[in-house]
Design a protein around this ligand. Structure first.
Ligand SMILES: NC(=O)C1=CN([C@@H]2O[C@H](COP(=O)(O)OP(=O)(O)OC[C@H]3O[C@@H](n4cnc5c(N)ncnc54)[C@H](O)[C@@H]3O)[C@@H](O)[C@H]2O)[C@@H](O)CC1
Ligand SMILES: Nc1ncnc2c1ncn2[C@@H]1O[C@H](COP(=O)(O)OP(=O)(O)O)[C@@H](O)[C@H]1O
Ligand SMILES: [K+]
Length: 500
């Protein structure tokens, strides 16, 4: 699913009006109806509801929502925040219609006009929508502050008032902090960015049947992966397959005290369908690996505590494996850096690079040029900052991300809520699955194992990254469903992986 910017959303509304065709006011009615259907499923009919409307089309939505909720006998009061000299046409139309069915419309011009809000009440926030283009001030600001102070449940129409849909707000901007955001048709970029968490709450999309062809043709670098899109990537297994069909992966991981990371990656790699797995660990990890992951072959390094790449055991060169994964629990010993220096130029097929291998690349950026094209890098934000530079806001971070992936011809999975998969051609695919239960040590190692397994099975790097983060997050969601997010372990996530 595409993520469009504000100008494109406006053009999409117009294209829908022209091509369906549908009158703008009926499109607004459709949006209001889809909101009310969600609302009625969520909140009982007795819920006292106060709707705050601005004077633009977001306010127009609010007025239409008020009328439809009144039809369903919700106890509704409407407050119009008079912040501008002029109302939009569709606002005025809905204002006239609403006045015919209720006399409970009040106007907020000064602070005394703002009603008291109680904890059992619901506030519908329709003050500013995607048209917000400057910081809230004056009576808009005061009203938003009052709503944020109130104990009421707040539901934002389309987007929290004051939050820009596709550009950074300034620190100190006053923005609604909703419990829910119901956004029309497509996600807005702002909803997916970490700094905006408190201005979004739980969010859902409402399908208002905007013009499909326009969406299909609209150029955008940003996508939000839907479950059906991720599942489409999944390949069926041939009845006559054998273990060779699914690749032989080599995992280079672990150091003294961090052998668990190697175990977790190895187990996840097996649970993600690799045909064969060899793990090279420092000698001190040999017994651990053999006992904890009997399905994997183990090549002990000649070094006792860190990886050097040297081994006394016969076996193929790393370049002969279908793919290589490197990083979990690795440490940053000089011998390990030397291994990277020797190893990377010998590899031609995409590999997975994580954790301390990324930190070594960050400290030795000349090595970035040695990465096989289409390799997958899986930094969390701090690791990505080390690879690049600090950013002033999430939008700048996205620019850095796209730039880095394009320049280095790699796929970057920037991990976190809505992990972002950046591709060498400049696209960013945000992942929808996952939950805060995954914020625990080892879940990143699990992702590395999954990505290696997918590369080994022949998925291309972008497919592997998009499908891998999806399956990883979904496994986390399954665990959270069964036992709640708190106390989830990386091993639980491995056990919950499913590929059907
Ligand atoms: N046009 C359509 O067909 C549809 C539009 N929809 C609604 O329309 C909204 C967008 O409507 P608008 O473009 O009228 O924009 P808004 O309703 O978000 O804003 C109204 C006006 O406020 C002004 N403004 C911007 N920042 C402000 C600030 N800080 N303080 C005071 N005023 C400020 C802007 O000049 C803007 O024209 C969407 O968010 C959505 O709710 C929906 O009804 C879906 C269909
Ligand atoms: N709040 C969250 N919502 C969704 N996913 C999360 C959240 N927090 C962490 N994750 C996921 O958990 C994993 C954590 O990886 P990482 O930070 O590398 O941990 P570690 O190095 O301990 O394994 C990533 O895949 C990340 O996307
Ligand atoms: K709003």
């Amino acid at each position: 699913m595409k993520i469009l910017n504000v100008d494109q959303i406006r053009a999409l509304d117009q294209a829908t009006v022209q091509h369906e065709p549908i009158a703008p006011i009926n499109l607004m009615e459709r949006a209001a109806l889809s909101f009310v259907n969600w609302f009625a499923d969520q909140f009982p009919h007795s819920s006292p509801t106060k709707i705050f409307c601005g004077l633009g089309n977001n306010g127009g939505d609010g007025l239409a929502i008020a009328r439809l909720l009144l039809e369903r006998e919700y106890p509704v009061e409407v407050f119009v925040v008079r912040h501008a000299p002029r109302e939009s046409d569709d606002f005025m139309h809905n204002h006239r219609r609403l006045k015919l069915v209720t006399d409970k419309i009040r106007y907020i011009e000064q602070v005394q006009d703002i009603p008291t809000l109680r904890h059992n009440e619901i506030v519908i926030d329709a003050i500013l929508g995607s048209g917000a283009s400057r910081p809230a001030e004056g009576i808009v600001k005061t009203t938003i502050e009052a709503i944020n102070r109130a104990p009421a449940t707040v539901v934002s129409v389309d987007i929290a008032s004051g939050l820009y849909a596709d550009k950074p707000n300034e620190p100190g901007d006053i923005i609604i902090e909703p419990d829910y955001t119901l956004t029309f048709q497509l996600p807005k970029l702002a909803l997916l960015l970490p700094k905006n968490g408190r201005y979004v709450g739980e969010w859902h999309m409402l399908d208002i049947q905007l013009h499909k062809r326009f969406i299909d043709q609209a150029p955008t670098p940003y996508y939000f992966t839907q479950p059906h899109e991720a599942r489409l990537l999944l390949r069926k297994r041939d009845r006559f397959s054998n273990k060779g069909t699914f690749g032989h992966a080599l995992l280079l991981a672990g150091s003294y005290g961090k052998m668990g990371a190697a175990v977790l990656s190895a187990r996840a790699c097996l649970r993600a369908g690799v045909g064969l797995l060899t793990v090279q660990v420092p000698r001190c990890g040999y017994d651990i690996l053999q006992i904890a992951v009997p399905e994997a072959m183990c090549r002990p390094d000649t070094h006792e505590t860190v990886l050097t790449g040297q081994t006394a055991v016969d076996g193929p060169e790393p370049a002969a494996y279908t793919t290589v994964g490197i990083g979990p629990g690795l440490g940053k010993a000089p011998e390990t850096l030397a291994m990277l220096r020797t190893l990377l130029p010998t590899l031609a097929k995409p590999i997975v690079v994580d954790a301390d291998a990324l930190n070594l690349l960050a400290e030795n950026r000349d090595l970035l040029k040695k990465l096989p094209p289409n390799s997958i890098l899986t930094p969390h934000p701090k690791e990505f900052e080390r690879l690049t530079q600090a950013w002033a806001n999430d939008y700048e971070k996205l620019d850095l991300l796209r730039d880095f992936a394009q320049k280095n011809r790699v796929v970057v999975v920037l991990k976190g809520a809505y992990s972002a998969v950046a591709t060498p051609n400049g696209e960013v695919h945000f992942n929808a699955t996952g939950n805060p239960g995954l914020s625990t040590g080892g879940t990143g190692d699990v992702l590395t194992g999954i990505l290696m397994a997918l590369l080994a099975q022949g998925y291309d790097a972008v497919e592997a990254a998009v499908l891998g983060v999806y399956a990883h997050g979904l496994a986390g969601d399954r665990v959270a469903e069964q036992r709640g997010p708190i106390g989830m372990t990386a091993s639980d996530v491995i056990d919950a992986l499913r590929w059907h």
